[in-house]
Unconditional design. Structure first.
Length: 276
């Protein structure tokens, strides 16, 4: 059976790879992008199976409008991929108030509002699958990534709780956690705040310098897209889907480190309870 996928951010990166692979398989794609011209070739090659809407996910009323239009255009939404987002890297103090707000509004609030908008349609249609893009940064925390990681930790918590809420409606949720990939992230989805010289002695400065120089990423975007598509056929759906050695290894290390630290605090944790 042909499925319809709603994918935000189809103009580049994982969204573009997903759209290309799905359309070549005979699936239908309702895509969103801020630059419609970037997918003009897909519109021309797949006039019946592909439709794209202009969307900035910080515009909540527009999210609802696009979701409703996409559902009406294709008749149903089988899989929803919340993919749109970007990374703001640099020391927390370096970011402007506007940058802080926009990072949160895009990666966290935008994702939340997209999923809220699709749920009534998925419930009415008897179920569906949701793929929420997170990253290795949804488990790890390091200097230079404070704001980006805040949004990823936030969406991980929201989506995990959501998975339990919507399970009775036959809606399954997977949190996708890729490591670095050879996409246009550094060219279009990476942003750096104004530099503060005081942070030259901070490890946040090392991260900035590495990003400015360019980092070799091991992940193949096409293979990551394929793994995401294949996960939709898994029953039960995986709650989390780490992709890449630079995702798997740091996540395992972070979880083991937190568990070790937590166990060391057991006596203190239990000491605050009343003996009555």
């Amino acid at each position: 059976m042909t499925r319809t996928w709603l994918i935000t951010g189809v103009s580049s990166g994982f969204g573009r790879k997903l759209a290309e692979q799905l359309l070549s398989r005979g699936e239908c794609v309702a895509g969103t992008a801020r630059r419609l011209e970037a997918v003009a070739d897909l519109t021309a090659d797949y006039p019946d199976a592909f439709n794209v809407w202009h969307l900035d996910v910080t515009d909540t009323p527009r999210i609802r409008e696009v979701v409703d239009d996409a559902h009406e255009r294709f008749g149903r939404l089988d899989v929803v991929v919340s993919n749109a987002g970007y990374g703001l890297f640099g020391a927390a103090e370096e970011a402007t108030d506007e940058q802080v707000r926009h990072q949160i509004d895009t990666n966290l609030v935008g994702s939340i509002q997209l999923l809220r908008a699709v749920l009534p349609h998925l419930r009415a249609d008897g179920g569906g699958r949701i793929l929420q893009l997170s990253s290795v940064g949804g488990h790890t925390a390091g200097p230079g990534g404070t704001l980006y990681q805040a949004t990823k930790w936030g969406i991980e918590g929201f989506t995990e709780a959501l998975a339990a809420e919507v399970a009775p409606f036959n809606i399954s949720v997977t949190i996708v956690e890729p490591g670095g990939a050879r996409t246009s992230f550094a060219g279009g989805s990476l942003r750096l705040p104004p530099k503060l010289d005081a942070y030259d002695i901070s490890p946040a400065s090392d991260v900035r310098q590495a990003l400015e120089a360019g980092v070799d990423a091991p992940g193949d975007p096409a293979r990551i897209a394929t793994a995401m598509i294949n996960s939709v056929d898994q029953v039960p759906a995986p709650l989390r889907l780490p992709l890449g050695s630079d995702s798997w290894t740091p996540i395992v290390s972070a979880l083991e480190s937190r568990l070790e630290d937590l166990r060391a605090r057991k006596d203190v944790a239990l000491s605050v309870e009343s003996a009555d």
